[in-house]
Design a protein around this ligand. Structure first.
Ligand code: AP5
Length: 215
């Protein structure tokens, strides 16, 4: 099975993908995480992506598409992928369809996490991520036990450079203009499932598992 998690910045895509990955054994492929990993490695791709990410703009389609196709061509992705943050434009959606159909695969479900704007901004503003293991916390909703220290591994927590209020607002504008049209696109294809993303994390996960019929 191949699924897409669609939703605005801060909707909880990364959080839910982690649980779905544990539950299903599918591979979580997050475009933003791939860019941040490339940046940590100091690659050209990472530097290029940073120049867009810091402004809250989308990285050009051809760059993202190439990176994702390369990632899903790896053997671990053969059994199914949870796409997080990709596709974000119609061009990306079409490229993904072409790539999957070349391997007799298709997107089975698109889970659209619906969360109101004020809640999105609060989630983004409060997000902290562990530098070492990538665990995510939220200063407002579920802070780490010790300030700025990861409960899981003791690593340092940091705030993403694109999580400032100004950049977050722009990321939302970009989402409304460029990614929201995909909701209708997938609805018309009959693959869209709407999930109420306002609730507690475990309740959202439960709804997703029920919707996918994979309990
Ligand atoms: P990316 O890394 O994909 O960021 P995003 O889509 O903006 O999504 P976020 O990571 O901000 O949010 P999320 O939905 O994963 O929420 P999370 O689970 O962390 O992209 C970053 C940039 O990379 C883009 O701006 C662009 O420049 C570039 N890029 C990436 N993909 C691209 C593409 N395809 N094309 C072009 N450019 C691309 O949760 C957020 C917070 O809320 C956390 O603190 C979490 O703990 C908390 N939380 C989660 N769920 C709940 C809940 N139910 N209740 C309370 N708190 C919750």
């Amino acid at each position: 099975m191949d699924i897409i998690l669609l939703g605005a910045p801060g909707a909880g895509k990364g959080t839910q993908a982690k649980y779905l990955e544990e539950h299903t054994g599918m591979i979580h492929v997050a475009s933003g995480d791939l860019f941040r990993a490339a940046l940590r490695q100091g690659t050209e791709l990472g530097m290029l992506a940073k120049s867009y990410m810091d402004r809250g703009e989308l990285v050009p389609d051809e760059v993202v598409i190439r990176m994702i196709i390369e990632r899903i061509s790896q053997p671990d992705c053969r059994q199914g992928v949870i796409f997080d943050g990709f596709p974000r434009t119609r061009e990306q959606a079409r490229a993904l369809e072409v790539e999957l159909s070349a391997h007799a695969r298709r997107i089975d479900h698109v889970l659209y996490l619906r969360v109101p704007e004020d809640m999105l901004l609060r989630r983004i503003a409060g997000r902290q991520t562990c530098k070492t293991c990538g665990s995510t916390y939220n200063m407002f909703y579920f802070p780490s036990k010790r300030p700025d220290i990861c409960d899981e591994c003791g690593g340092r927590l940091y705030q993403r450079s694109d999580d400032t209020m100004e950049t977050a607002r722009h990321r939302l504008e970009v989402y409304f203009a460029q990614t929201m049209p995909l909701i209708e696109y997938y609805r018309e294809q009959g693959s869209l499932i709407e999930i109420d993303g306002r609730r507690e994390i475990s309740q959202v996960t439960r709804s997703m598992i029920d919707a996918l019929n994979i309990a």
